[in-house]
Design a binder for this molecule. Structure first.
Ligand SMILES: [Zn+2]
Length: 85
C-alpha cells in the first residue's frame, strides 16, 4: 500500500498503486486527460508547455499525467520540456 497526497484537494489517502489523485477528484483528471489526448491527436509533436497554453492546464499537471502513466507514446508523440539549467 502507498500513502498518497491528492494533487487537487490535498487529501491524504492510501491505495494499492502510486497515484497523485484521489477517487473524488479522478473525474477532474479524466476531463483534462481527454482534452490532452484530443490535442495530441491534432498536434502530435506538442510539448507540455504548448498543450498547457492551449488547454489552460498547468504544464506541471500534464507532466504529472505522464509520471502517472496516463500519457504514453501510443497516445501520440509527447516530449518533455527540456531541463532548465
Ligand atoms: Zn482529491
Amino acid at each position: 500500500m502507498y500513502t498518497n497526497v491528492c494533487k487537487h484537494c490535498h487529501t491524504v489517502f492510501r491505495s494499492r498503486i502510486r497515484t497523485l489523485c484521489c477517487r473524488e477528484c479522478r473525474h477532474l483528471d479524466d476531463g483534462q486527460l481527454d482534452d490532452i489526448v484530443q490535442y495530441l491527436k491534432q498536434y502530435p509533436n506538442s510539448n507540455a508547455l504548448q498543450i498547457g497554453e492551449e488547454l489552460g492546464i498547468h504544464p506541471y499537471e500534464i507532466l504529472k499525467f505522464m509520471e502517472e502513466g496516463w500519457l504514453t507514446e501510443s497516445r501520440g508523440e509527447f516530449s518533455r520540456l527540456p531541463e532548465e539549467n
